[in-house]
Design a protein around this ligand. Sequence first.
Ligand code: PLP
Length: 429
Amino acid sequence: MKEPAFDVRGADRRHVWHPYTQHGAADPPIPIVRAEGAYLVDDHGREIFDAISSWWVTLHGHAQPEIVNAIAKQAQTLEQVIFAGFTHEPAARLASDLLARAPVGLDRVFFSDDGSTAVEVAVKIALQYWVNRGEKRRTIVALENAYHGDTFGAMSVSARGLFTEPFEHLLFDVARLPDPVTNDVVSALEALIGQRERAIAAVIVEPMLMGAGGMRMWSAGALRGIRELTAAHGIPLIADEVLTGFGRTGPLFACEHAAISPDLMCLSKGITGGFVPLGATLATNALFDTFTSKDRTRTLFHGHSYTANPIACAAGLASLALLDEVSVERRREIGWSHRAAAIGLQVMKGILNVRVLGTVMAMDLVSRDDGYLSTLGPALNRFALQRGVLLRPLGNTVYILPPYCSTDDDLARAYDAIADFVDSLGDTR
Ligand SMILES: Cc1ncc(COP(=O)(O)O)c(C=O)c1O
């Protein structure tokens, strides 16, 4: 007798709590049974183009065979080992291979679990660096509209607002620089350093592209200016490349647009090609050396159960190899496709500020209710899904951030879904 099919929808409805989901208002989640390349396949066999790389992680494509094989091989050899007092080839190799490709001057890799923990680690290293040096510097400088994750340190350095409001009283104070898209952030930093230099422990930025804050693209000149100022004053610069890393903005890392090297760099999302979670914080030896001592109180007392999980590291190595081999040309082509589509979208009445950086395209929809809670977001999400495209707008900001295997036809489906949605609104928005 055939086993009755498991009731995924029912079990999910009764037992699961989803991320960033208002269970009182959202449509029920769609069961996905498999995925391949740029497509998800739901339990009715419907194919959905994953135009946002499943929350920005799927780099080359779903079920990429080289990564599948690397994971399977590693799982049969060494699936996990405590990373204090032990090491293993996948971690040591991945650290070496990441540093070989990262901006010069980064010498050490601290592994963690995800983007938020990669940021926590960077912030803790920067703060303890000053403690280890015997200086009282406790202020982190962060950008308006930044997003660095959902743990408490990462929330503290992120913009304050809807996401952080219930926890406001528990977040540590930071010094805030204005949004670099619309302000002279370099002069603002210069003024701040003039007033409070001896309090500043670090500056944290999302280089070139502020993601969850609205896919806000800012200039290489401003990034370079921030680096020059922080370097001149000996202030560590943290580049949060959790989103921008591994080619999303064109070059392998967004810092390359400005030809700069940060003191700390946070990586995650695409690091394993989007297969399994892994975070990494890259640091200079100048920072690392202040922790190295016979004095055990100078230790970085931080670690996670799965730090440098061998399976995740093996996936990371396979993904890096693919980045070197096949994705450079495809990334360039995605950029061209976006730029060509931007010409048509930009002239539409309901669309403003179409922007492209590497493989990322974003635009704002004209809306009565701007911001993350704009009703246009869920409406477009629903509309696009009916056309077999996954878009998950940030309020009235729509973006496409596709896996690198996406073809021009796949991308056209996403552009068309957006254009048709805007057309369908007529003047009702
Ligand atoms: C720039 C940036 N930093 C950190 C994070 C947090 O990463 P995670 O969701 O893996 O914790 C994100 C997530 O979107 C991000 O975009």
